[in-house]
Design a binder for this molecule. Structure first.
Ligand SMILES: CC(C)(COP(=O)(O)OP(=O)(O)OC[C@H]1O[C@@H](n2cnc3c(N)ncnc32)[C@H](O)[C@@H]1OP(=O)(O)O)[C@@H](O)C(=O)NCCC(=O)NCCS
Length: 170
């Protein structure tokens, strides 16, 4: 299988924040943003693998800034690293100023998707070749984030998480 680049999986979703999607402070409800992130990451994972994909884990979400009702929100998702059947996807969330059009990054998330066949069995996927500096940084950190996610899920012994342990060696 030929390797692909992160930009081949780039998925951009732009949408409004409507009143029914907000919390008591009239900001975007966290669960609504998670669903939008999941959707964008799912499309990116499908574009990379050309297979059916399922969410395996949400590794990290930072709700750094609130997103007011009426905002135009753009999510940009890209596969940062592909393993055997699983992929890490980064999703960056931006809002734009109505008058200047300037974009501010408000949130980000890191999801793991697995490519599966029609019976739900994991299948092999193409590798990925990062191109930009940011893509390379995200690629380099992906294995330790995978190990952390597997340790937390009880699917890997902490002792076997070599990449993760290396972080704590001085
Ligand atoms: C995700 C799923 C396919 C994994 O199946 P599994 O039997 O654990 O399969 P495996 O152990 O072979 O793991 C498959 C891959 O997923 C990775 N994986 C599984 N759980 C993971 C987790 N919590 N974090 C990171 N990666 C994970 C494995 O490391 C493996 O990666 P690799 O093939 O790239 O090395 C299965 O658990 C599933 O179908 N879950 C439900 C998915 C779903 O319905 N999502 C929507 C939720 S509403």
């Amino acid at each position: 299988m030929e390797a692909k680049t992160p930009k081949e999986s780039l998925t951009i979703l732009t949408d409004l924040v409507l009143p029914g999607e907000t919390n008591y402070l009239d900001n975007l409800f966290g669960g609504e943003l998670l669903a939008r992130m999941d959707r964008a990451c799912s499309i990116a994972a499908r574009r990379h693998s050309s297979r059916i994909v399922v969410t395996a884990s949400v590794n990290h979400v930072a709700f750094n800034k609130s997103v007011p009702v009426g905002s135009v929100v753009t999510l940009e998702a890209k596969v940062s690293r592909a393993f055997k059947s699983s992929m890490e996807i980064y999703v960056d969330v931006w809002i734009e100023d109505r008058q200047s059009g300037l974009k501010t990054k408000v949130n980000e998330g890191i999801y793991t998707f697995v490519a599966v066949d029609e019976t739900g069995k994991p299948v092999d996927i193409p590798k990925i070749k990062p191109e930009t500096e940011l893509e390379k940084i995200r690629f380099d950190g992906a294995l330790r984030r995978k190990q952390l996610s597997l340790v937390i899920a009880g699917k890997m012994k902490a002792d076997d998480a070599t990449e993760l342990k290396a972080l704590f060696k001085f």
